[in-house]
Design a protein around this ligand. Structure first.
Ligand code: NDP
Length: 452
């Protein structure tokens, strides 16, 4: 390779899922690559998102299993839960993954700077703490997203998902602001671990992007599990009382709700504040996101962006694909675009729900003539249980062709089952293909091929 006029071929800002993947793949194609990360290598998903959250979801599921255990003949005496044990175990696993991600960069000869990097021109970044300026032929912005904290009095008394993993104690009373992914996942975790949980949302909708039948069922089941909801109640103030506890005042005029922890989970905004993108001629979008074309290229030809910072689909596997496609296209000449069709997703609530493809409302709007198949069943594991919590599938097809447009499920293992079902939806299979498949009995997934 001829000696370059730049320090690196690629400089990546942000060592999260998208940035690390892009850096590693580009280096594998022979590029000289550096990454800057201002917090910890691994990014949101690994350090304070999906991974530690999922470990806490497992902890929450033990509560369910313990409550069922007696029905299966087990006597469990003196079961109790210790938050610091869980918190510290989760933190150790995060440390392990942080080290593994760092090793990945090292073993691929990717230089890394634990520093904040800001763009100072089309081919230059400045490291904030060291003051060093570094040049690169190509810059990739993969700085992810940051929790939005709405404006209201006392919002500094609240925490976000960034802080929730480090709480000193299991809070006795938790108020969660928002009714999206993060709100309902943590509401489920804290409820199962023994906290009193109230979810307060500005509208009367939970999980807006999911099929209405799943949302209604989740609401009913989580209410039955003891989560309280208050809708159409934007926050007015969070007041700190003399004893250190909090009081949440809402704009609907209802009684304030006491809390020990207030978790704000009202969406995440592209992490672009102060990044200096204007020095490369890049104008941010309305939500602070970086506008890009199908190849991840910004308005500046040498600057690209991938992952949540582009505010397309805020999901880790999408960021990874975008980072990978960018590196292949720019450093191996292999042009690949990321397909955003039929992306499966899940909410790790208690119980979880998962979906792929169109909701019933979307399918009706886009295709008109559709067929809807449902299965409402009692998961076998719950058969002995006092809790009447049913599982539910909805499968939507194009009426004429039978092509599957969407599959939706709420119930135990929904995310595991839907990941596999997503292959069929992505491949354009039909209901007849499902009907042709012999059931795997007894399982919950078999309902998928038994719907009539
Ligand atoms: P979501 O977009 O899922 O939900 C945001 C919630 O906050 C909604 O209930 C919304 O209400 C409410 N809200 C939005 N803006 C305001 C505001 N200004 N004031 C008060 N309430 C507001 O956001 P999350 O923070 O839960 O998650 C962010 C993203 O992270 C998700 O969209 C998802 O892509 C990703 N994520 C994915 C997970 C997974 O795959 N399992 C897990 C966690 C996060 P309304 O409905 O009325 O608009």
């Amino acid at each position: 390779m001829p000696q370059s006029q730049f320090d690196y071929d690629l400089f990546v800002i942000g060592a999260g899922s998208g940035g690390v993947r892009a850096a590693r793949i580009a280096a594998g194609h022979g590029a000289r690559v550096a990454v800057a990360e201002e917090f910890r290598i691994g990014g949101t998903c690994v350090i304070r998102g999906c991974v530690p959250k999922k470990l806490m979801v497992y902890a929450a599921q033990f509560a369910d299993d313990l409550s069922h255990a007696g029905d299966y003949g087990w006597t469990i005496e003196g079961a109790s839960f210790d938050w610091p044990t869980l918190r510290d175990a989760v933190a150790r696993d995060v440390d392990r993954l942080n080290a593994a991600y760092t090793r990945t960069l090292d073993s691929n000869d990717v230089a890394h700077f634990l520093d904040r990097a800001e763009v100072t021109g089309p081919h230059a970044v400045r490291l904030k703490h060291s003051g060093r300026t570094i040049t690169a032929k190509t810059i990739l912005i993969a700085t992810g997203a940051w929790p939005i904290m709405p404006e209201f009095d006392g919002n500094h008394h609240c925490i976000t998902s960034n802080e929730v993993f480090d709480l000193p104690h299991l809070p006795k009373r938790v108020v969660v602001a928002g009714a999206g992914y993060i709100a309902l996942e943590f509401a489920g975790i804290f409820n199962a671990l023994g906290s009193e949980v109230t979810v307060i949302n500005r509208s009367d909708a939970i999980l807006r992007s999911y099929d209405i039948d799943l949302r209604d069922r989740l609401l009913a089941m989580t209410c039955a599990r003891g989560i309280a909801y208050r809708f159409n109640a934007p926050f007015r103030q969070v007041e700190k009382l003399a004893d250190g506890s909090l009081l949440v005042h809402t704009r609907d005029g209802a009684d304030p709700v006491p809390a020990d922890v207030v978790l704000v989970a009202t969406g995440r905004r592209a992490n672009t504040v102060g990044l200096g993108l204007e020095t490369a001629g890049i104008t941010l979008g309305e939500r602070g996101e970086i506008p890009v074309d199908g190849d991840g290229r910004t308005a500046c030809p040498s600057v690209f962006a991938a992952g949540d910072v582009t505010d397309r689909v805020q999901l880790t596997p999408v960021a990874i694909r975008e980072g990978h496609a960018f590196a292949d296209a720019q450093f191996a000449g292999t042009h690949r675009t990321v397909s955003y069709d039929a992306i499966p997703s899940a909410v790790f609530s208690q119980p979880p729900l998962a979906a792929v493809g169109l909701t019933e409302a979307e399918a009706r709007e886009r295709h008109g003539d559709i067929k809807v198949f449902t299965s409402d069943f009692r998961p076998m594991k719950n058969i002995f249980s006092q809790r009447i919590e049913r599982g539910f599938y909805k499968l939507i097809t194009e009426a004429q062709s039978g092509r599957i447009l969407g599959i939706h499920m709420i119930g135990p293992e929904a995310p595991e089952i839907l990941q596999v079902a997503a292959i069929a939806v992505k491949a354009g299979l039909t209901k007849a293909d499902f009907d042709d498949t012999v059931a795997l009995h007894p399982s919950m997934a078999e309902e998928l091929v038994l719907m009539r």
